[in-house]
Ligand binder design. Structure first.
Ligand SMILES: Cc1cc2nc3c(=O)[nH]c(=O)nc-3n(C[C@H](O)[C@H](O)[C@H](O)COP(=O)(O)OP(=O)(O)OC[C@H]3O[C@@H](n4cnc5c(N)ncnc54)[C@H](O)[C@@H]3O)c2cc1C
Length: 449
C-alpha cells in the first residue's frame, strides 16, 4: 500500500507499526468493546510529523483515529479495522510551568498524573482528577471533556484549558495557545476540539490553568438513609464547609458489593447510601458539622479518614468494580437534575429487574455534579444483547430530560442514542461543523455523529 510507504518516508520506519508489532493495545479502550486492530499504528514525535501524516491520509481518503491512554469508556478510540491509528504516546512531556501566570504547557500524550505531579512540584494544583489518572492522557481528557472527582469545585476539563494546539484533517496546524484568563478576540476555537472526541481535529498541545493548592483534604464517609437526605447533606455541606472538593454517593448495592469484594468494612450496619464528602476545612470544624448532622438525623453514621491510607481505602470502594463475577457488565454515565436522580434510580432498577430479575443493578457517582453511573450485569436471553439494556436505561431517562453522557462521551456505544439528548437543530449544526472541518470525513469516522 503506497500510503504506508509514504508515511514511512515522512515519519521514519520506527514511527509506523504494522501487524504484530502493534500489540493488542490499539484494538480497544477500557470499554473492552473493540475487536479489530487498525491498519497501522503511527507514533509521531512532533506536531509537524502528525500534520504530515494527516495530510497524506487526507489526500488518500484513509480514516484515522487519535489514541491517547485508551482508558475511554465509550469506544471512542476503537478502530473498525479500516483506520490508521495515531498514538500520541511519543508526544509526551511538560514544556513549561509558569508560576506567575499559574499555567502549564503540556504535550497531548502526557499522562494526567505526570501533569498533576509537575504542578504540585511547582507549588500549584491541577484540578482535573479521575481514577484513570496514571494512564489517561491530556489529549484524551480534553477531547472527551473529562469530568472526574473535582468537578464540583473546579469544573470539567474544559474549565482547566486556556489554550490548545490542534491539527485539522488536512494537516493544517491551528495553534491557539492562549495563556490569559481573558481573551474575547473572536470565536474561542479551542472549544471546537474539547469534547469532540477526535472527530474535528487532533489535539497536540495545551495550556492548562492551575490553581493554588487546596490545602489539606479530609475524607469523610457518611451513612445516609434516603436520597432526599443525600441532597440535603450536599446543600448543608456546601453551606457549612465552604468549598467541598468532592461529593460522591454510592447506593447500597454498589457499596456493599465492592466493599465485600475488597474485604473492607467501615460501618457496623448496612446503609441505603454511603457518601464521600471531601473538604479542606479544619478537622474540628468537620467533626462539628458531622455531629450536628447526626443529631439532626440527616446522617446515621460517619467516619473521618484518619490517614491517607484510610482515605484511599474509602476511595477504592468508590473506584473499584470487580468484573469477573459480573457477566456482561455495562457501565452507564447519565446526568439529570440532582433532585430527580433518586427517583430515576428506582424507576431504572424496576424496569431492568422486570426484564432480568437476577440482574446486578447498582448506582454510584458524582451526584453533586448531577451525574450518576449505573452498573448493569445481566444474563441475556435469546435475541437480547447490550442494546436491550441501553434501550431500558435511556428509555427510562427520557422523561427526565437527562443526558445519555455526562462525562464519558458518545464514542460508538452511545451514538445510536444521541438524538435522545440533542435536538434535530443541534445535530444538524454538529454535522455542519464536521463537514467544514473535515470535509472528507477521515477523522474518527462512525464516532459521535
Ligand atoms: C478507572 C477509570 C476511571 C475513570 N474515571 C473517569 C471519570 O471520573 N470521569 C471521566 O470523565 N472519565 C473517566 N474515565 C474515562 C476515561 O479515563 C476518560 O474518558 C479519559 O479522558 C480518556 O483519556 P485517554 O487518554 O485514555 O483517551 P482515549 O481512551 O485514548 O481516547 C478517548 C477519545 O479521545 C480521542 N482522543 C484521544 N487523544 C486525542 C487527541 N490527542 N486529540 C484528539 N482526540 C483524541 C480518541 O479518539 C477517543 O475518541 C475513567 C476510566 C477508567 C478506566
Amino acid at each position: 500500500m503506497s500510503l504506508i510507504a509514504d508515511l514511512r518516508k515522512a515519519l521514519g520506519d520506527a514511527a509506523v507499526l504494522e501487524g504484530e508489532a502493534m500489540g493488542a493495545r490499539p484494538a480497544s479502550d477500557m470499554s473492552l468493546t473493540g475487536t479489530a486492530l487498525p491498519r497501522a499504528l503511527l507514533r509521531p514525535r512532533s506536531t509537524a510529523d502528525l500534520a504530515a501524516a494527516l495530510r497524506l491520509c487526507n489526500a488518500a481518503g484513509v480514516p484515522v483515529i487519535a489514541q491517547g491512554g485508551m482508558t475511554g469508556l465509550a469506544g471512542g478510540a476503537n478502530p473498525s479495522g479500516n483506520e490508521i491509528a495515531i498514538s500520541l504516546e511519543r508526544m509526551r512531556g511538560i514544556e513549561e510551568v509558569d508560576t506567575a501566570s499559574a499555567t502549564m504547557v503540556v504535550k497531548a500524550g502526557t499522562p494526567l498524573e505526570e501533569c498533576q505531579r509537575a504542578a504540585a512540584e511547582a507549588g500549584l494544583f491541577l484540578a482535573l482528577d479521575l481514577g484513570s489518572r496514571g494512564s489517561c492522557t491530556i489529549g484524551g481528557n480534553l477531547s472527551t471533556n473529562a469530568g472526574g472527582i473535582r468537578v464540583i469545585r473546579y469544573g470539567m476539563a474544559r474549565e482547566q484549558v486556556l489554550g490548545l494546539e490542534a491539527v485539522l484533517a488536512d494537516g493544517t496546524i491551528v495553534s491557539s495557545m492562549n495563556r490569559m484568563l481573558k481573551n474575547n478576540a473572536g470565536y474561542d476555537l479551542k472549544h471546537l476540539f474539547i469534547g469532540s472526541e477526535g472527530t474535528l481535529g487532533v489535539i497536540t498541545r495545551a495550556v492548562l490553568r492551575l490553581h493554588p493548592p487546596p490545602g489539606e483534604i479530609t475524607t469523610t464517609l457518611c451513612a445516609v438513609e434516603s436520597y432526599e437526605q443525600v441532597v440535603a447533606l450536599l446543600r448543608r455541606a456546601q453551606a457549612a464547609l465552604g468549598g467541598i472538593v468532592a461529593f460522591e454517593a454510592m447506593w447500597r448495592d454498589y457499596f456493599s458489593f465492592n466493599a465485600e469484594a475488597l474485604q473492607l468494612r467501615f460501618f457496623e450496619a448496612e446503609h441505603a447510601f454511603c457518601v464521600i464528602v471531601e473538604s479542606t476545612m479544619a478537622q474540628d470544624a468537620i467533626e462539628e458539622f458531622l455531629g450536628a448532622c447526626l443529631e439532626d438525623g440527616l446522617i446515621t453514621d460517619a467516619l473521618v479518614a484518619a490517614s491517607h491510607a484510610q482515605s484511599r481505602q474509602v476511595w477504592s470502594v468508590r473506584e473499584g468494580h470487580p468484573t469477573e463475577s459480573l457477566p456482561n457488565l455495562l457501565n452507564f454515565d447519565v446526568s439529570l437534575p440532582i433532585g430527580q436522580i433518586g427517583h430515576y434510580a428506582e424507576a431504572c432498577t424496576s424496569a431492568l429487574k422486570a426484564r432480568w430479575p437476577d440482574a446486578h443493578v447498582s448506582f454510584y457517582g458524582h451526584v453533586g455534579d448531577s451525574n450518576v453511573h449505573i452498573c448493569v450485569s445481566a444474563l441475556y436471553g435469546p435475541g437480547e444483547d447490550m442494546h436491550s439494556v441501553d434501550d431500558i436505561v435511556y428509555g427510562v431517562l427520557g422523561p427526565y430530560h437527562g443526558s445519555i453522557s455526562a462525562e464519558h462521551g458518545i464514542g460508538t456505544l452511545k451514538r445510536p442514542y444521541l438524538h435522545l439528548s440533542r435536538s434535530p437543530a443541534e445535530l444538524a449544526l454538529m454535522r455542519t461543523l464536521k463537514q467544514a472541518l473535515d470535509p472528507r470525513g477521515i477523522l474518527n469516522p462512525g464516532k459521535v455523529i
